[in-house]
Design a protein around this ligand. Structure first.
Ligand SMILES: *Cc1c(COP(=O)(O)O)cnc(C)c1O
Length: 372
């Protein structure tokens, strides 16, 4: 309903004080900051999704790195400047897209070795890489919720290393940041406050309609050096348009504000805990199945699994059968060298009554004779 109102009301949220909309955006950002357990030193803005939130974060990180090296990228561009050092374990495809857009290049990421059997950086390996830089600034790309496993980088360890060696810590928390809503899972985010920038999605676990991401940084002045738009007819105040790629801005904050007011901390806690419990139970159901094997421990709301036997072509036929069945949707993936499937729970309408149905659809698809 909030989203319908946004379209009908059609307010441009760029300049403060034009209407109540900017105040609602600021209030929604404050509520989300508190829901995620971020300190007040983080300033936020609504953008179109976590891809855009990663983009804004890394543009600000790029500005920081280059200022440390004596250059103002927002004014001079990147021409002839040194390559910044970018270190990451298993960055999301949208982080690489952001590096492409920013002229830094997807290949700018130097892979930091991961911990055994986990898609998260080995802090010792990161430390030796940072120490070898001899004080040169670097950008470290961390995940709070890796897409195949829902696994988390050790943000406390990474954050301390980044402080000690003078590196920028970016945390992609698109869905995983919602672990903060659940007392049983919030320790996965320990150390999040060390981050310099954080990306989150509203249109995933907050369950607002698509076109909702949130970026938080502790470096608003740097962010505004990148995103400011100076023109006599635009406001010169602390307006939100100077924080984001867009100048004219949709009132994305309203559906987020409405859901936060309607369900509150307890409602969002229940939603997150339900998704995690469903993932745990699906993982147990699959482990007991003759057809399936779970590929990684269930950390949060994602189950990464595979057929016990068969190649990627058989997995693809299985996905087609599930899609034709129509009761449940999975995405394909590749994990630990195996063609797998991914179940990610985040929709508010999915509940415990769906679990037998999900398992039945999976068993039926795996038992069906191969087509044609
Ligand atoms: C979904 C996701 C993104 C991209 O978000 P969009 O909302 O699709 O732009 C980035 N990072 C992670 C970890 C995600 O799960």
């Amino acid at each position: 309903m909030g989203d319908w109102l946004v379209s009908a009301y059609d307010q441009n949220v760029s300049n403060d004080g034009d209407s109540l909309a900017t105040s609602v955006e600021r209030e929604a950002l404050g509520l989300l900051r508190s829901l995620f357990g971020l300190p007040e030193s983080f300033e936020g803005a609504f953008v179109s999704g976590a891809t855009a939130a990663n983009l804004v974060s890394l543009a600000t990180a790029r500005q920081w790195v280059m200022e440390r090296l004596g250059h103002d990228v927002s004014e001079e561009g990147l021409w002839g400047l040194p390559r910044p050092v970018v270190l990451g374990g298993a960055p999301h495809a949208s982080v690489l897209k952001a590096l492409s857009i920013l002229g830094m290049g997807r290949r700018s990421v130097e892979a930091v070795p991961c911990l055994p059997d986990r898609p998260v950086m080995d802090p010792k390996a990161l430390e030796s890489r940072l120490a070898a830089l001899g004080g040169a600034p670097a950008i470290v790309l961390a995940s709070a919720g890796e897409v195949n496993t829902g696994d988390f980088d050790d943000l406390e360890a990474l954050g301390q290393l980044c402080r000690r060696y003078g590196a920028w810590l970016h945390v992609d928390g698109a869905f995983g940041i919602f672990a903060a809503c659940s007392p049983a899972h919030e320790q996965l985010l320990r150390g999040l406050a060390h981050a310099d920038s954080v990306a989150a999605d509203g249109h995933k676990w907050l369950n607002v309609p698509y076109d909702s991401g949130i970026v938080f940084t502790r470096h608003l002045a740097l962010q505004e050096r990148v995103f400011r738009a100076v023109a006599a007819y635009l406001g010169q105040g602390p307006d939100l348009l100077h924080r984001t790629p867009e100048n004219s801005r949709r009132f994305r904050a309203l559906p987020a504000w409405m859901t936060l007011m309607a369900y509150g901390r307890d409602g969002h806690r229940a939603l997150v805990e339900r998704g995690c419990a469903l993932a745990r139970d699906l993982g147990e159901g699959l482990a007991a199945s003759p057809h399936y094997a779970v590929l990684a421990p269930v950390k949060l709301n994602i189950v990464c699994f595979a057929l016990r036997s068969g190649d990627a072509a058989r997995r693809d036929r299985l996905l087609q059968a599930l899609q034709a069945d129509g009761r449940v949707h999975f995405t394909p993936t590749q994990y630990a060298g195996r063609p797998g499937l991914r179940a990610a729970f985040s929709n508010w309408r999915t509940d415990a009554a769906d679990l037998p149905l999900i398992l039945a659809a999976l068993e039926a698809a795996a038992s069906a004779p191969p087509a044609g």
